[in-house]
Design a protein around this ligand. Structure first.
Ligand code: NAD
Length: 247
């Protein structure tokens, strides 16, 4: 049974990812500041795997190290890490505060770095491992009102490249860059009318389901993806493939 750490698995993309791995038979540890949602409590899953929540703030470097070491000591192996926990704060550049920007970078970028960094020694000792993370299409473009968020996601894509080059061939990396995904994060920031407007701008005419991002993570963690490393994979219903309207 593989041991998989997924951060931010109490909600949205992380929850769908944890469920996907657990249903395929993996032991999943969910590192999240919030408890699991009532619809996905801790415990065994059909398919033989299980999910267990640990209260960890991924922005806390030492807490992440202690938890990764604990998981490895308890399970004897660490196969896959999905660094997914993230936050986004909608603010124009002139409203942006130091505290908000630092928190966004601490969770979204330092959180990925901490989780990957502390997993590496365990994976190297065993001679294999897969490091995955949730980036965003907005890490590759100047999406307005999210300057700090966009920068944090560009940083995640950069970590993905450097970790792959430095740690290959024993450790593979990859990140998924979703477009709009219908999760509690998205619902918290957009009104129903705004969500509809987003749908109209996406050639697929809808948001992604969290399960569609989870499916990509599951493939990237599988032996079928053995030659995939160091790259970001966009899952966005063609949102960033080109202009959606002709003039
Ligand atoms: P979500 O808010 O539904 O879930 C995020 C989870 O992360 C929550 O359970 C939250 O408690 C947890 N979390 C937040 N801060 C944390 C911290 N410091 N330590 C540990 N856990 C923490 O959001 P989501 O939409 O599922 O987003 C998941 C990831 O996907 C994020 O990195 C986000 O930036 C990225 N993403 C989302 C979208 C989208 O449209 N929803 C698009 C692109 C990228």
């Amino acid at each position: 049974m593989r041991t998989v750490i997924v951060s931010g698995a109490s909600s949205g993309i992380g929850q769908a990812t944890a469920e996907r791995f657990a249903r395929a038979g993996d032991h999943v540890v969910n590192l999240d500041v919030a408890p699991p949602s009532p619809g996905a409590p801790d415990g065994p899953r059909e398919g033989g795997g299980e999910v267990h929540w640990r209260e960890v703030d991924v922005a806390d470097w030492d807490a992440v190290r202690e938890e990764v070491d604990r998981v490895h000591a308890a399970r004897g192996r660490l196969d896959v890490v999905v660094a997914n926990a993230g936050i986004s704060i909608r603010h124009g550049i002139c409203e942006l505060t130091e505290a908000e920007a630092r928190r966004t970078l601490d969770v979204n970028l330092m959180g990925v770095l901490a989780l990957w960094r502390h997993s590496v020694p365990h994976m190297l000792r065993r001679g294999e491992g897969v490091l995955l993370a949730t980036a965003s299409v907005n890490g590759s473009r100047g999406y307005p009102l999210y300057a700090d968020y966009n920068a944090s996601k560009a940083g995640v894509a950069s970590l993905c490249q450097t970790f792959a080059v430095e740690l290959s061939p024993l450790i593979r990396t990859a990140c998924v860059a979703p477009g709009a995904v219908l999760t509690p994060m998205q619902r918290a920031e957009y009104t129903e009318a705004m969500l509809q407007e987003v749908n109209e701008r996406i050639p697929a005419r809808r948001h992604a389901l969290p399960e569609e991002i989870a499916a990509m993570f599951h493939f990237l963690a599988s032996p079928e993806a053995a030659f995939v490393s160091g790259q970001q994979f966009t899952v966005d219903g063609a949102e960033t493939a080109g202009a959606t309207t002709a003039f």
